[in-house]
Design a protein around this ligand. Sequence first.
Ligand code: GLU
Length: 278
Amino acid sequence: MITRFAPSPTGRLHLGHAYSAGLGRRHGSKWLLRIEDLDPGRARPEFVDGILEDLDWLGLQFDGAPIVQSGRTQLYATALDRLKAEGLVYPCFCTRADIAASLTAPHGDAGSAYAGTCRGLPDDSERRETVPHSWRLDSAGAIAKAGGVPGWRELDGSRHEGTAEMIGDAILARKDAPSSYHLACVVDDADSGVTLVVRGADLRPSTPVQRLLQLLLGLPEPTYLHHSLVTHEDGRRLAKRDQAPTLAAMREAGVDGRALAAQLAMDNLPTGYRFALP
Ligand code: GLU
């Protein structure tokens, strides 16, 4: 199986990333590293260096060269053009604040909060040329074209259904960023031949829209492994705002990265952490 680890270089990695990376490594005869750096406001080169350092410390070796999304925007533009040609996306002139959340993994339903303000506007090429805009999936049209909301299959053999509410008119591209997380993710997974998508359960809500995009773009269906998140003992998510210690901090404190990776491979977490309940 071909798997990948796809961190966004918007901060240092924590224990949850180490768990996810190790799981991906063990399941993949080929394990790829993909840097999801399409958000110009948040991605930083020093965090890319940090990811490489942390994986090296854990003793997790990826195959081939890292795939860096910011260098691959032409591929995403081509995919978007195909959806435009089929009338499955529409320009949206709503403000940046409305749509800022679309560029990184959404950790929530994919665009379902959008009120639909720009859906069904008459085509106005002059406005498109002069006013910054994003492109949204016409989810109703897309679902009709695909013959329904596609489900997905997890590695344990379970099948999961998606619903229209999980899809929403997701943003697929933004003026200052050529592709959203969803579009780049499906294009890259297919382009790299990824057969098993290993990622945290917080990204499960992204799967229906990604499966729909795969169908619309004629891309193969991967299997998914959405794993339990690592949390603090009290159930708080690992996030910077919760002062989750980074792998870099653990290294500085003298932790042995390879020994840690070996423990994580047996689902043993250090004291103070647990897996989120399903
Ligand atoms: N870049 C995403 C994140 O860091 C992961 C995307 C994925 O694995 O599909 O949350």
